[in-house]
Design a protein around this ligand. Structure first.
Ligand code: AMP
Length: 188
């Protein structure tokens, strides 16, 4: 049973890797970014609240994200396991997740960190601009998301390392090669 978290800078390839691994392992792929973008598109109350935050490249408040995930992981498709892609993004979210799972006598099985150089990240983000038609993929917003990642999300690497849950995967190769490294790393 896999209950995984995927960590990595924007552009590190974690979304693509999560999608492939979820198909392979027959587990749910939960992308909080995709959930939020869908809410924005549908114009729900949540969507209206988060739209300006996403467009600015900032983080949605922890309490909203924790509520969203708490509800999502109880859905039927998560009973065989899941990948959280884009959550947690702060230490407070990570602690809330641990508490939430602890109440069910569960814990995450792997926090997978996709390791890429800053040059690679910048190159991939530049390549993505315009292709994924995301309003938050302009150069300025990408830069802000990278800054926020360093400040708020990168500390999770040590957080999960200290818990003995961190698995590092080198992300400096093509999609299939990185996927192979991931499968090998989490099968041990
Ligand atoms: P992503 O697709 O994961 O890059 O997420 C796109 C945007 O959604 C981020 O830049 C944030 O504004 C927001 N978002 C996604 N996940 C979270 C989270 N766990 N905490 C706060 N904001 C989030």
């Amino acid at each position: 049973m896999y209950r995984m978290i995927f960590l990595g800078a924007p552009g590190a390839g974690k979304g693509t890797q999560a999608q492939l691994f979820a198909e392979f392992a027959k587990i749910a792929h939960i992308s909080t970014g995709a959930m939020l973008r869908e809410a924005v598109e549908k114009g729900t109350a949540l969507g209206q609240q988060v739209k300006p935050i996403i467009e600015f490249g900032a983080l949605v408040p922890d309490s909203m994200m924790v509520d969203l995930i708490a509800e999502r992981i109880t859905q039927g498709d998560c009973s065989n396991g899941y990948i959280l892609d884009g959550f947690p993004r702060t230490v407070a979210q990570a602690e809330a997740l641990a508490t939430m799972l602890g109440k069910r006598q569960e814990s995450i099985t792997h926090a997978v960190m996709f390791d890429v150089t800053e040059d690679d990240v910048l190159q991939r983000l530049a390549g993505r601009r315009g292709h994924e038609s995301r309003a938050d993929d302009s150069a300025e917003v990408q830069k802000e998301r990278l800054r926020i990642y360093q400040e708020k999300t990168a500390p999770l690497i040590d957080y999960y390392k200290n818990k003995g849950q961190l698995t590092c995967v080198k992300g400096d190769a093509g999609v299939e090669i990185v996927q192979g490294r991931l499968r090998e790393a989490v099968s041990k």
